[in-house]
Design a protein around this ligand. Structure first.
Ligand SMILES: *[C@@H]1O[C@H](CO)[C@@H](O)[C@H](O)[C@H]1NC(C)=O
Ligand SMILES: *[C@@H]1O[C@H](CO)[C@@H](O)[C@H](O)[C@H]1NC(C)=O
Ligand SMILES: *[C@@H]1O[C@H](CO)[C@@H](O)[C@H](O)[C@H]1NC(C)=O
Ligand SMILES: *[C@@H]1O[C@H](CO)[C@@H](O)[C@H](O)[C@H]1NC(C)=O
Length: 607
């Protein structure tokens, strides 16, 4: 898809802009603005600035988001009895033993307690009701990378001297260990997620889980954990997770998708040297071009084109996948993966490289009207034959005014993106080939390391040199001088996201990864969601920033930035990670217990 600029033969776009802005200033007052004096080619006149007759789709999405987040907050519980009641209604069982201690810990730490915030725990753990408890305990105990709790002491075992993530997670578990029964956690120390159990197998396990739901009569309830003395006395037999050797990931991953999902029937792509296939108009599942169902927008099962648009599928650095369900904990995963999510280790660190440190940015009004991104060209192993499909490469090119201008004025397609057609988004900048010029006014995106394969050093990469200029790293605190912070997946999720949410700038988020916090965050309320094709980015910026000072909604962007920050300070604190992990590990300990079907906390029912 390419729109040739009608001005490609005229000397200066900039002087045209000067005229345009002048005219805009005169004509907006009268409520009319046509491009007739510039359009030149006898096309139908299209209003430049529309006083949207209907509501702009983003306004509608923001209103919906407001409603959704109010409804979420309305579910807050403030005493353990109502929390337990909601638990039984939603989960179909008694809460796990220790629920009162968990609730008190949450309340003492001033948490907003909403049962939905813990949905991910049940999503992750429920399939394990289909596996015998003893098997789960044994698998975890034998796994090479392991964090163990015994009598409130936390230890770790791994294969090399030091693994920073192991240390961070050990520290997190230690911080709540006085409330925990004895457990072993098998830990994924890789960036990439590793379990894809076939959907049909998980479905059968979920069926077993559903059938095992009951509210055991109070007199039969077991309220103590059995512990792991059996394992500590006699070590378990070796457990082989049967990790498969490195290979293409898509065909393994789709086994985790529901049988009728688009990904299951999509043809396999193996040649990534051709330009990416982008949607000619709106992305799938959008509302008039903008993400309206975040779950669907993120899901590779529902977006088979992602197999050619994301490094995870194009060429991951490492894959080591098992099809067996065993209790492997990790920081992020794809919707079709079966890991048990912990808050990512990088969110527990105080290293300012990921956390942004104590600085959260100044007042909105003092920020630049700009979009900033700095990062490595990660996402997987980019090579001469596949780099044009990598998400970070695509995004940096799509935000590079020069490369867009080249695309607008030459007949040669850019290697890794398309100029969207005017017919879909109808943006002023697209109308007459001003996109590159406009994007150059606000976008500042650059790689800090090209991560070429084979390696040529941080600043050199023979096959991408013509397209990218390496910039210096910029601390997050400096990035916060800009209003807009896009956040794009690397080899897996992006570790800066929590810092971005807590800043006074507004994150623009695209991802295919799930994290512990997903049910806490409402798209369009706490962050701006972006499709993984990025074709909506120009429309997003046109709406919030406006076109050269006209028609922006700065206040709406500011609200999302500040609502997101205030919310992060309520539900994404370090305390909130501890509260999540305590709840998770009580549930996990129950699932590992031979008495699990009868275990529960029922003190509230005894009164
Ligand atoms: C926990 O650690 C303390 C101090 O090292 C030790 O005295 C105690 O025996 C340990 N408890 C268990 C159950 O290992
Ligand atoms: C991939 O496709 C391109 C363009 O069709 C072709 O030139 C190239 O040989 C293909 N590569 C492989 C490994 O098949
Ligand atoms: C998103 O789509 C899924 C699948 O159709 C649906 O179950 C879910 O309720 C939708 N979510 C929202 C917020 O509309
Ligand atoms: C922007 O694109 C041009 C042309 O492709 C390239 O020369 C330049 O290095 C790019 N800038 C950055 C910051 O990557």
């Amino acid at each position: 898809m390419r729109l040739l600029s009608p001005f490609s033969t005229t000397p200066s776009l900039n002087s045209r802009f000067a005229q345009l802005i002048l005219l805009a200033a005169i004509l907006t007052a009268a409520g009319w603005l046509y491009v007739s004096s510039f359009g030149g080619s006898g096309q139908t006149h299209i209003p430049l600035v529309t006083s949207h007759k209907g509501t702009h789709p983003i306004d509608t999405l923001i209103q919906d988001a407001d409603r959704i987040s109010k409804a979420l907050l309305a579910q807050e519980t403030t005493d353990v009895e109502s929390a337990a009641r909601v638990y039984r209604e939603l989960r179909g069982r008694h809460p796990p033993p220790g629920f009162d201690i968990w609730f008190k810990f949450a309340q003492d730490n001033k948490a907003v307690i909403v049962e939905d915030f813990f949905d991910q725990i049940y999503h992750d753990l429920n399939p394990f009701w289909g596996v015998p408890a003893r098997e789960i305990r044994q698998q975890a105990n034998d796994f090479v990378h392991r964090i163990s709790v015994r009598g409130g002491n936390v230890t770790q075992r791994t294969d090399i001297d030091q693994r920073p993530w192991m240390d961070l997670w050990q520290n997190l578990v230690q911080s709540i260990a006085q409330h925990l029964p004895d457990i072993d956690l098998a830990i994924n120390v890789m960036d990439e997620s590793r379990l894809v159990v076939p959907w049909e197998t998980v479905d059968a396990y979920m069926g077993t889980e559903f059938k095992s739901r009951r509210l055991t009569p109070i007199s039969d309830v077991v309220s103590k954990y059995s512990g792991l003395v059996d394992l500590d006395r006699v070590p378990p037999p070796p457990f082989d997770p049967e990790f498969l050797p490195y290979g293409p990931y898509w065909s393994l991953a789709v086994a985790g998708c529901p049988p009728g999902s688009p990904a299951r029937s999509a043809p396999l792509e193996t040649n990534f040297s051709t330009p990416p296939l982008l949607p000619p108009e709106y992305p799938l599942y959008s509302y008039q071009g903008y993400v309206s169902n975040w779950t669907l927008a993120k899901s590779p099962c529902d977006n088979p084109n992602l197999q050619g648009l994301h490094g995870t599928f194009v060429e991951p650095i490492s894959t080591s996948t098992s099809k067996k369900l065993f209790p492997l904990f990790g920081g992020s995963k794809l919707p079709m993966n079966n890991e048990i999510l912990l808050p990512p280790a990088m969110y527990w660190t105080s290293d300012p490289f990921y956390s942004g440190g104590a600085a959260h940015g100044g007042p909105w009004e003092e920020k630049l009207d700009k979009l900033i991104w700095r990062g490595a060209a990660s996402g997987g192993r980019n090579t001469r034959d596949n780099w044009i499909r990598f998400q970070r490469h695509r995004f940096v090119s799509m935000m590079n005014g020069t490369s867009i201008q080249q695309a607008e004025t030459s007949s040669q397609s850019p290697p890794n993106f398309d100029i969207p057609s005017y017919t879909a988004y109808q943006l002023t900048a697209l109308r007459n080939g001003y996109l590159g010029d406009w994007v150059a006014t606000f976008a500042d995106t650059a790689f800090v390391h090209l991560l070429c394969f084979p390696d040529e050093g941080s600043e050199l990469c023979s096959y991408t040199n013509p397209y990218y200029k390496v910039a210096k790293e910029m601390p997050m605190s400096e990035q916060y001088a800009n209003k807009y912070l896009p956040d794009i997946d690397g080899n897996s999720f992006s570790g800066r996201y929590r810092g971005f949410l807590g800043s006074t700038s507004v994150p623009i988020k695209a991802t295919i990864y799930n994290e512990w916090h997903d049910s806490r965050l409402v798209p369009w309320k706490h962050f701006i969601p972006m499709d993984n094709t990025f074709v909506d980015i120009y429309g997003i910026m046109d709406h919030f920033l406006g076109f050269r000072g006209i028609g922006g909604h700065d206040n709406a962007a500011k609200n999302i930035a500040l609502d997101g920050k205030a919310w992060a300070e309520k539900v994404l604190r370090r305390e909130d990670m501890q509260i999540y992990v305590l709840r998770l590990l009580l549930e996990y300990a129950r699932i590992c217990d031979d008495n699990r079907e009868r275990m529960g906390w029922v003190e509230d029912l005894k009164a």
